[in-house]
Design a protein around this ligand. Structure first.
Ligand SMILES: [Zn+2]
Length: 257
């Protein structure tokens, strides 16, 4: 049973972390309350869970062949040599991301594929938050206290943007499970490091909705068409960008997580 095996420390990965991730964003325990898995002794259930598990090599291939290339489309300046690791000693749903390094826990890899994809995208997004802040003219907050919560909400937003734009099939799987994601992320439980799970999913849904609306702009009235007085750009790419910028800045200005 994994529940009794949560121990950390002493691993090579841990050493790498302290060496290369002095200012990384560690994604703390995404509330194991919702994944107790006390039914692992049931053979049928165990078989079902087993097929979800992703070995480290498969997770690395997923990152290098799918997630990273998708991010590069939007963030060409990101580190080409971004490395991916799985912390096999960490059985919680956990991860870390910073420029040049993405890490996922064994516990996260054991989750269903949609969540593994989103978790990798979220951790990868942490490594480009500073690029997005620079592009938006927003100062990068310290990753502590309230600034930390902004980093988390931005990582969700960026992950959602990249999945929606580059990997729509993956996004469709994630979107269908957003209600589950809210619980996995803690529901209404308040933590010092992350916005509540409900708030995170609310922000994800808000952006996803704005993204979809940007695909099909409201029709302009006859006079507005003639005089071109609408503020929405005609180009759907620009409209999507505007929707993203609006959500990004809303998080920056938010005082309610
Ligand atoms: Zn995070």
């Amino acid at each position: 049973m994994r529940k009794g095996q949560r121990h950390r420390g002493g691993s090579i990965l841990k050493g790498l972390q302290s060496r290369f991730l002095p200012s990384s964003i560690r994604c703390l325990k995404l509330l194991l309350t919702f994944q107790t898995r006390s039914d692992r002794t049931d053979n049928t259930t165990f078989t079902c869970i087993r097929k979800w598990e992703m070995d480290a090599e498969a997770a690395k291939i997923l990152f290098e062949s799918t997630i990273l290339p998708a991010f590069k489309v939007h963030y060409s300046a990101m580190d080409d040599k971004t490395q991916f690791f799985v912390d096999e000693e960490n059985n919680e749903i956990d991860g870390a991301g910073s420029p040049g390094l993405v890490q996922l826990s064994r516990g996260a890899c054991d989750e269903p594929d949609w969540l593994v994809n989103f978790a990798i995208a979220h951790e990868t997004a942490h490594g480009v938050v500073f690029l997005e802040c620079n592009a938006q003219g927003v100062s990068v907050p310290q990753a502590q206290d309230y600034g930390r919560k902004k980093h988390e909400a931005w990582a969700d937003l960026i992950a959602t943007k990249v999945l929606m734009a580059q990997l729509p099939d993956v996004w469709a799987l994630v979107e269908a499970q957003l209600h589950v994601l809210a619980n996995k992320l803690g529901g209404s439980a308040v933590t010092a490091s992350h916005p509540t799970g409900n708030k995170r999913v609310e922000l994800i849904r808000e952006y996803a909705s704005a993204y979809v609306q940007a695909e099909t702009p409201k029709s302009k009235g006859f006079l507005r068409t003639i005089f071109c007085c609408g503020s929405a750009p005609n180009n759907p790419v620009l409209r999507r960008e505007k929707a993203f910028n609006s959500c990004f800045k809303k998080i920056n200005n938010s005082t309610n997580f």
